[in-house]
Design a protein around this ligand. Structure first.
Ligand code: NAD
Length: 332
């Protein structure tokens, strides 16, 4: 099959080509640096499949243009699919696949990295010691041992994160719309959504972005949190109302924020803007806090995860090409 791979970075080219060769799939990969949107969709004409990532746009208009150009399969090389209009895809007869499981460890471990860095001020210590400043003022953290950690969304990634936190000696509580026995079996327990804020010293978000979860962290829920609690978001930027989080950071209600995702990240992430003036004032305000760390949607970025993502994507395209059932199809 001819596959148009949008938002293609060096590592996408390397790992997708390797997966294509390893499976002897023989697909023709056409790598396109630019993201998929109405300006670039014409490039996909004549490709039966497009392969897209988290910030590519697959709304009704783009999907219609894809279908008109002969595309029949949209293969997401990620887990989340909030950027695809599934109803429009179904109406147009386009199949949509994603990578259901690759490495939940990659994302859960990155959430832990953000938590440890924020709590123990590793980012500040790193900058200080490079400047021969070995003073400790301002670097005090707290023991994670004995603290209460809330996991919102106890699916694959949330479960791994919970297990790691239990290893630190934390009490782990969780909230999920669809509670699982696996979470209880770890020795964690579920609480009501309203109880999370009142009980947790640390909250980590691992649920998908849906209309229901949009801005679940907002002015009201932030006000209900324990004063000084830490918030980690490695899921999707839209879960957090960024401006409300900024107000909570200013007042000290929120004690620290570790973000791998950001509401308006499509305009920023996955490119080098170091010689550019960033016009997003909300983002720049976030970066000005000493107790905020932002990474640019890199939680998934481990060798193991990328290999699996690319191998699964090639496998899905091959399944489609040979008329097999699609094991990772998103159905509505
Ligand atoms: P998953 O489907 O295994 O788990 C998601 C969990 O959220 C499920 O248990 C589900 O029941 C729960 N959930 C759904 N709606 C909810 C609601 N309204 N309130 C509370 N819980 C709800 O998914 P996963 O593999 O664990 O991934 C979780 C999220 O992580 C993805 O949706 C994606 O947005 C994000 N993610 C981020 C990166 C990254 O690089 N930063 C990489 C992969 C995934």
């Amino acid at each position: 099959m001819k596959i148009a791979v949008f938002s293609a970075k060096r590592y996408d080219r390397e790992f997708l080509s390797a997966a294509n060769a390893k499976a002897q799939a023989g697909h023709q990969l056409h790598f396109i640096d630019a993201p998929l949107d109405m300006d670039t969709v014409a490039v996909a004409a004549g490709h039966e499949a497009v392969c897209i990532f988290v910030n590519d746009k697959a709304d009704a208009e783009v999907l219609k243009a894809l279908a008109q150009g002969g595309t029949r399969l949209v293969a997401l090389r990620c887990t989340g699919f909030n950027n695809v209009d599934l109803k429009s895809a179904a109406a147009l007869g386009l199949k949509v696949v994603r990578v259901v499981t690759y490495s939940p460890y990659s994302v859960a471990e990155h959430a832990v990295a953000l938590l440890l860095a924020i709590n123990r001020k590793v980012h500040r210590a790193y900058a200080r010691t490079r400047d021969s400043n070995f003073a400790l003022d301002g670097l005090m953290g707290f023991d994670l041992h004995g603290k209460t950690v809330a996991v919102v969304g106890t699916g694959k990634i949330g479960l791994v994160f919970a297990r790691i936190m239990l290893g630190f000696g934390c009490e782990v509580i969780g909230y999920d719309k669809f509670p699982s026995q696996a979470f209880l079996d770890l020795g964690a327990r579920y609480v009501g959504a309203g109880e999370i804020g009142a009980r947790a010293d640390i909250i980590s978000l691992h649920c998908p972005l849906t209309p229901e979860t949009q801005h679940i962290i907002n002015e009201e829920t932030l006000a209900r949190m324990k004063r000084g609690a830490l918030l980690i978001n490695t899921s999707r930027g839209g879960l957090v109302d960024t401006e409300a989080a900024i107000e909570a950071l200013k007042s000290g209600q929120l004690g620290g924020l570790g973000l791998d995702v950001y509401e308006q990240e499509a305009d920023l992430f996955f490119r080098d803007l170091s010689s550019t003036i960033i016009s997003d004032d909300v983002f720049q305000r976030l970066l000005s806090f000493p107790n905020v760390i932002v990474t640019g949607h890199q939680a998934f970025f481990t060798e193991e995860a990328i290999s699996t993502i690319c191998e699964t994507t090639i496998q899905s395209v091959s399944q489609f090409a040979t008329g097999q059932a699609l094991s990772d199809e998103i159905k509505i």
